[in-house]
Unconditional design. Structure first.
Ligand code: ZN
Ligand code: ZN
Length: 177
């Protein structure tokens, strides 16, 4: 949860702004998104006629798994945020706000808080590549034994003749006639 109380900003008139700085901010964003370290970012909150417009950018180190060598690695990802959050309750009267055809709208909760965690989860999840690679030229795994090829050339038993085939080899080596 990365919650910011915006009650004061809601009471201010349209155009009022406030900055929210995330620095060395640790947060869990769900089981499908492994944040490997602190997030940094600067979000600018602006009071609009309807709610609060949030704009800014956030960087986060995400732990991924290489699609070729299956090793974990960390990628620093930056996302841009631009979303409007609408109040659940009228900040002056406390009466629930009816918003037509806006079921998809992001909401300020009934404690006048915005939780940025779901938004950051969604934005950061979208940065996941189809084929994450620990490095562009990752050589992947040995097709024979599965060892990482990044460790250099290696030999294994499969390079030698299979002992079970030795009798067959002897048979083939026998001179004809
Ligand atoms: Zn790799
Ligand atoms: Zn191998």
């Amino acid at each position: 949860m990365i919650a910011v109380n915006v009650a004061g900003l809601l009471h201010d008139g349209p155009g009022a702004t406030r900055e929210v700085r995330l620095r060395d901010h640790y947060a869990a964003l769900g089981p499908d998104l492994e944040v490997a370290g602190p997030m940094d970012g600067l979000l600018r909150l602006q009071r609009t006629n309807r709610g609060i417009l949030v704009r800014g950018s956030v960087t986060a180190p995400l732990r991924r798994t290489c699609a070729r060598c299956l090793e974990p690695y960390v990628e620093d990802v930056a996302v841009t945020i631009e979303e409007e959050f609408l109040p659940t309750l009228d900040p002056e009267t406390g009466i629930p706000v009816a918003i037509d055809d806006e079921d998809q709208a992001l909401r300020i909760d009934d404690h006048h808080e915005i939780d940025f965690a779901p938004l950051l989860h969604d934005e950061l999840s979208l940065t996941e590549p189809m084929h994450p690679l620990c490095r562009p030229d990752c050589p992947g795994l040995c097709a024979v034994c599965g060892a990482p090829l990044a460790n250099g050339l290696h030999l294994h038993e499969a390079d030698e003749p299979d002992p079970r085939l030795a009798p067959l080899a002897r048979l083939l080596e026998q001179p004809k006639d």
